[in-house]
Design a protein around this ligand. Structure first.
Ligand SMILES: Nc1nc2c(ncn2[C@@H]2O[C@H](COP(=O)(O)OP(=O)(O)OP(=O)(O)O)[C@@H](O)[C@H]2O)c(=O)[nH]1
Ligand SMILES: [Mg+2]
Length: 626
């Protein structure tokens, strides 16, 4: 019998029971003799010391187990919103998912965010309503909430009884019919199971569901290679390990890629990652030897499917070693952490000799601090956390630099136009139609496509720091002119032929002039908040929201509790979080979700640049010449 493989994600709001369920599945499959416990720090997937101390998952982890003829590679993910980036990378390698909910807390903010992502990517998903053994478990209410707030396309696979007791159990309605199974496997219907990962109730049923209602497949090992790296870690000797999912074809030991040569392959198979010569389509392996590989990289042909991006980190903080002599070591350590977690985005300011990292929140900051101490022996301090803003162009601006003129020592002509684009659309770089491809320095970039690709890179890099130092986004940048000098050209155009580096250095010079001409506005991250507060204190909560400058405040009283929705800037959400316990006698609950960027009112904040401003030509040219 040919074995099939299913790459399965376990996703949920923090603390819903993902890791506990993972242990139960491993136990039920016979891979471990006893289900470990999150509370005792004995689970397979929370293997980091920090995860065990804190009782939360920080990194995604892969374990595998068999169900009948299916090898399941399960990826346990963190639920805390500070670690959402871990989930983002995993999403693109999944064949199916179990979204876990708590039978007590029901649909939580992260549940909604994750379900939206899964639906957008068409990942077939089962729902597991966990913790039916806990006091307050109410599966009917949770089903209603799922229908109203997640999706109406659900079908309960059984019912729960003896709720809120250790003896709570799941009674199946019987095997799924063919039509239901087909719709579940294509992702248009979501079977719902109830159970307790702690006692094991409902676990055999969800296990059958995983094998029968999600699309396990036999991979095509013959086709052209297409594989994706979704996680990177280092072994005890410091070698990089790339967790790779193969979609088609195979990767063999000794295969060569731009990122290096594969020296060892360990394929996840029933229970463990075993040493093999190759990893084939459908499978997940740990690859050694790819020294230059990064998270998100493809081996072979990339799949051009939809990608999902969650909200970006909205805070940053300067990090400094307690002992000044550790500066170099800190830089190296952060570079290694950033390779495992690209969104940490280490920003180095050579002028001020400062390093800052971008952050989702305080828990992530604590984790970085603890990791630097435990793994690198570095004691560090963080300065106050500040909000990361962006800059949006407000009008169209265009600038041109001509070669052999006093402001342009780069042996090339370059014209760029910046136009504002819709909020949230990001950056698009293109070349105007009237630009003659023969005028591009193709001797450097090989082809015109090569030129376009590099211009895209140079423009994006120059947009990292806008007029007030923030990253510039939501715009279209067009190349309107390109040309270069020649040794035998007419006198005004005579000179050395430019190198790629000349074009790269000329780009910020032109781009910042174009941006200055069109103007830009600084925008701050805004969150949509939902607060649940006792109705009798609603007056003081509304007053506090008013003081914090909240917009679109809509209170909806529901008896003793009132649900409030509003929009608040990122820094004000932190402030509200601090005030809420005092305002509500500790009774208030606050959720927040990133809702985009809005122009700041009043004086815009300025972020110190890490490199000289190209608008200050002398400084810029002096820096370039260094
Ligand atoms: N009563 C009860 N407690 C549970 C159940 N499942 C998990 N827990 C408890 O809930 C807490 C969180 O469980 P985890 O398995 O760590 O939850 P998680 O979803 O992996 O959490 P993160 O990975 O940090 O997002 C732990 O204290 C568990 O013991 C359950 O079915 N019943
Ligand atoms: Mg966990």
């Amino acid at each position: 019998m040919l074995r099939r493989t299913l790459n399965l994600g376990i996703l949920a709001h923090v603390d819903a029971g993902k890791t506990t369920l993972t242990e139960r599945l491993l136990f039920a499959a016979g891979v471990i003799d006893e289900a470990g416990s999150v509370d005792k720090g004995t689970t397979r997937t929370d293997s980091l010391a920090l995860e065990q101390q804190r009782g939360i998952t920080i990194r995604s982890a892969v374990v595998s187990f068999p169900i009948d003829d299916v090898t399941v590679n399960l990826i346990d993910t963190p639920g805390h919103p500070d670690f959402i980036a871990e989930v983002e990378r995993v999403l693109s390698v999944l064949d199916g998912c179990v979204l876990v909910l708590s039978a007590v807390e029901g649909v939580q903010p992260q549940t909604r965010i994750l379900m939206r992502a899964l639906q957008r990517l068409h990942v077939p998903t089962l729902l597991f309503v966990n913790k039916i053994d806990r006091a307050g478990a109410d599966p009917e209410r949770v089903l209603d909430a799922i229908e109203q707030r997640l999706t109406p396309e659900i079908v309960p696979m059984g019912s729960a009884a003896r709720l809120g007791t250790r003896a709570a159990e799941f009674a199946s309605f019987g095997p799924a019919d063919g039509d239901l199974a087909e719709r579940a496997r294509e992702g248009s219907l979501h079977p719902v199971f109830f159970g307790s990962a702690l006692t094991g109730a409902g676990v055999p049923e969800v296990m059958d569901g995983i094998a029968q209602l999600l699309p396990a497949c036999e991979g095509d090992g013959e086709g052209p290679l297409s594989a994706r790296v979704f996680k990177i870690e280092r072994d005890p000797e410091g070698h990089r390990i790339a967790y790779t999912r193969v979609f088609s074809g195979a990767v063999h030991v000794r295969d060569r890629f731009d990122a290096g040569k594969v020296t060892a392959v360990r394929v996840f198979a029933d229970g463990d990652a075993e040493q093999r010569d190759e990893v084939r389509a459908g499978e997940i392996a740990r690859l050694w030897g790819l020294g230059e590989i990064q998270i998100g990289d493809w081996l072979g042909e990339p799949h051009h499917g939809v990608e999902h991006r969650f909200a970006p980190p909205t805070f940053e903080s300067v990090v400094a070693p307690v002992d000044h002599a550790d500066g170099q070591a800190l830089r190296a350590a952060l570079a290694q952490l950033a390779e495992q977690d690209p969104l940490i985005d280490v920003r180095q300011d050579d002028e001020r000799h400062e390093i800052s990292v971008s952050l989702y929140g305080e828990v992530q900051r604590e984790v970085i601090e603890a990791t630097l101490a435990a793994e690198y022996g570095l004691e560090v301090g963080f300065r106050e956390t500040t909000t990361i803003c962006v800059e949006r162009p407000t009008g169209t601006g265009e600038a041109i630099e001509i070669l052999n003129t006093p402001t342009n020592p780069f042996h090339a002509d370059l014209g760029l136009r910046v136009e504002p684009a819709a909020p949230g659309s990001g950056v698009e770089v293109r070349v105007d139609e009237h630009v003659d491809p023969r005028h591009a320095p193709l001797y450097v970039f090989k082809t015109f496509e090569g030129f376009v690709e590099r211009m895209d890179e140079y423009v994006r890099s120059a947009l990292e720091e806008g007029l007030l130092g923030w990253r510039v986004t939501d715009c279209v940048v067009a190349v309107t002119k390109i040309g270069y000098s020649l040794a035998d050209g007419p006198p005004s155009r005579r000179g050395p032929m430019p190198t790629a580096r000349d074009i790269k250095r000329l780009t910020p010079l032109v781009l910042m002039q174009a941006l200055e001409q069109g103007g830009s506005v600084v925008c701050e991250p805004v969150f949509r908040i939902g607060a649940e507060v006792p109705t009798d204190v609603i007056g003081s909560v509304l007053a506090a929201l008013g003081r914090l400058g909240a917009g679109g405040v809509t209170p909806a009283p529901r008896g003793e509790l009132t649900v409030l929705e509003a929009e608040l800037s990122a820094s004000r959400v932190q402030e509200l979080r601090r005030q809420l316990p005092g305002l509500t006698g500790g009774q208030g609950v606050l959720d927040s979700e990133f809702a985009g960027y809005e122009p700041v009112t009043g004086d815009p904040p300025i972020r110190p640049r890490t490199t000289p401003n190209p608008l200050n030509l002398d400084e810029y040219l002096a820096w370039v010449a260094r």
